[in-house]
Design a protein around this ligand. Sequence first.
Ligand SMILES: CC(C)(COP(=O)(O)OP(=O)(O)OC[C@H]1O[C@@H](n2cnc3c(N)ncnc32)[C@H](O)[C@@H]1OP(=O)(O)O)[C@@H](O)C(=O)NCCC(=O)NCCS
Length: 172
Amino acid sequence: MMTANIAVRPSTPSEASQLAEIYVETWRTTYAGMLPDNVLLRMSVDQQTRRWRGYLDRPGARETVLTAEAVGQGAIGFGSAGPARRTGPQVGEVYTLYVLPDWQGQGAGRELMEALFSHLRTADFTEALIWVVAANPSRFFYEAMGGQRTVERIEPLWGVELAEIGYRWDLV
Ligand SMILES: CC(C)(COP(=O)(O)OP(=O)(O)OC[C@H]1O[C@@H](n2cnc3c(N)ncnc32)[C@H](O)[C@@H]1OP(=O)(O)O)[C@@H](O)C(=O)NCCC(=O)NCCS
């Protein structure tokens, strides 16, 4: 899978710290003003490295993690997907999708999403679901990618009531 100089491939346990750096940087830039400051301040690359290494070290894990790599630059984004957490067995979910701010708008998000959908299709899921914080302008990316806005929910997280929108895609 290639867009210009971006390629998507399965993530490896040895790059857990790079994924953790991407995660922390994109959370802080994306969710400033949407999530409490102390949640964003408390996040650490060490803690996220342990978390992502935990997923990547588990053979046969239900969660698949893919890295977007720019030639000569290493990892610039990543995403993960698996069974949807609160719906029927035929529904897959993209749990995470993050591209470093400097690399946004250059096709990496599309490449990652198409690769995650292709993985879900191979695993026999017939629909894909993504939850996005309603105030996150990235929801327009999901609309550009053909997602149907289907459901809304309020998640009580870190002492705030977070409005989220669920987008769905047919995979068949
Ligand atoms: C959302 C995100 C993953 C998209 O990845 P990206 O690499 O920036 O997006 P792409 O360059 O692949 O864009 C694909 C298409 O979506 C459109 N698009 C991307 N971001 C958009 C936005 N904020 N508003 C409207 N359209 C957008 C692009 O114009 C492009 O359309 P085109 O192919 O017709 O030109 C990335 O911007 C990101 O990591 N954002 C911050 C973290 C985040 O919010 N993640 C989602 C959590 S649920």
